[in-house]
Write a protein that binds this ligand. Structure first.
Ligand SMILES: C[S@@+](CC[C@H](N)C(=O)[O-])C[C@H]1O[C@@H](n2cnc3c(N)ncnc32)[C@H](O)[C@@H]1O
Length: 372
């Protein structure tokens, strides 16, 4: 076996295989879908072999590897590793899905542990370094493992199956903490200490907490209450308002990042951003969790991304990460001083701007009422 393969494999969220294949049909029409399992799709490389350094930038693929397909025995897995020069092992369960019953989760974890224990002595312990060849082994109860390999680098997945390595605190106000931690880790967004994040749809505060723990200050906008422990974190200013009620002159000009996890359709997110953007002259990027409520939203994503570019984004990177459910993380950087081209909104007059950071100026409003 050479280092490349006639086949590729990608891991995705169980249930999103169709979306991944539809995306690849446009992004890499030379990759034809083949054998698949929930959360795992293989492709035939019809034009040139798929290299272990290849990783098409698909939204719905958590990770890529050159594929050896199913390997029935331990010897077959070890032989594959030797053939491709793999020195490190990523062995883990094929994602059983968030709604899998505890018994299934237990069986999956047990099977992955069993294979890892048998395989580990054949590999170098510890995380791979840049340039190391890693064997990707996907296990599932009563199935032979599916095996692939990739060349490690900072842009590649850091754990088996594209998962991330972090401890989940027990006292989280919401799972959005995980989504933001993974999104920042995956995107390498250059969030600097003290950067101000305008976060739309912040309650109960998982995302706010993750941004603050990453060193940022946060203007947390929501009409619903923010968890008191999060609201009391240094650098957090709560703006108890509906997004539609935010006035442009309230926004401090040093906002660096616009984050949104309001659980509203991407179209509404875009409208809100288009209205606010003129008051955010020093924005360095968008960090968005976009809800994929139906297939139409998925088909519309290229147009959504195009509108972010019209708002100054120089690129739009999107990925459905392991912590995501029916949503994706979007990182769209903005070049310093990029001119936005909003369709309608007006820049507030200089006199209307607060001189200093006065984000807490709007009086907290009672939660409730219609949104937007
Ligand atoms: C999915 S939850 C957000 C979770 C939150 N980001 C976290 O980290 O815990 C969606 C939030 O968006 C808020 N929201 C939705 N539409 C809104 C609007 N128009 N104005 C203000 N908040 C809104 C809801 O009140 C809700 O708290």
């Amino acid at each position: 076996m050479t280092n490349s393969s006639p086949y590729a494999l990608a891991a995705c969220q169980p249930g999103m295989e169709r979306a991944l294949k539809a995306e690849l049909a446009k992004l890499r029409p030379d990759l034809h879908p083949g054998f698949q399992r929930p959360g795992l799709v293989t492709f035939s490389a019809t034009v040139k072999p798929f290299g272990p350094g290849d990783a098409p930038p698909a939204i719905f693929a958590r990770m890529w590897a050159a594929s050896a397909g199913p390997c029935a025995t331990l010897d077959a897995v070890v032989l594959t590793a030797q053939d491709v020069g793999a020195t490190h092992l990523f062995c883990g369960t094929r994602d059983p899905g968030d709604d899998a019953p505890p018994g299934v989760l237990h069986a999956c974890a047990h099977e992955a542990g069993r294979w890892e224990k048998r395989l580990a002595p054949n590999f170098t312990a510890g995380p791979p370094k840049r340039g190391d060849v890693v064997l990707d082994v996907f296990t599932a109860p009563n199935e032979p493992p599916v095996v692939g390999w990739h060349v490690h680098s900072s842009g590649r997945h850091e754990r088996p199956g594209g998962r991330f390595d972090y401890e989940v605190p027990e006292d989280l106000p919401s799972r959005t903490w995980c989504k933001v931690v993974e999104g920042l880790r995956w995107s390498h967004a250059p969030l600097a200490k003290g950067d101000l994040v305008l976060e739309l749809g912040a309650a109960p505060g998982g995302g706010t907490r993750a941004f603050v723990e990453a060193g940022a200050r946060v203007l947390a906008v929501d009409s619903m209450p923010i968890d008191p422990a999060v609201a009391a974190m240094p650098g957090v200013t709560v703006v108890a308002k509906r997004i539609g009620d935010l006035r442009l002159e309230w926004l401090p000009p040093d906002v660096r990042w616009l984050a949104c996890d309001a659980g509203i359709p991407p179209e509404d997110v875009l409208r809100a951003i288009e209205r606010l953007r003129p008051a955010l002259p020093n924005l360095r990027g968008f960090l968005l969790l976009l809800k994929l409520s139906d297939d139409g939203v998925i088909r519309h994503l290229p147009l959504t991304f195009e509108r972010l570019k019209q708002l100054g984004a120089t690129a739009v990177n999107a990925r459905q990460l392991p912590a995501n459910r029916r949503d994706i993380f979007v990182y769209a950087p903005i070049a310093p001083r990029a001119a936005a081209k909003p369709a309608s909104a007006k820049r507030p007059g200089k006199a209307a701007r607060p001189k200093k950071h006065q984000a807490s100026k709007p009086k907290p409003s009672a939660a409730g009422g219609s949104r937007r």
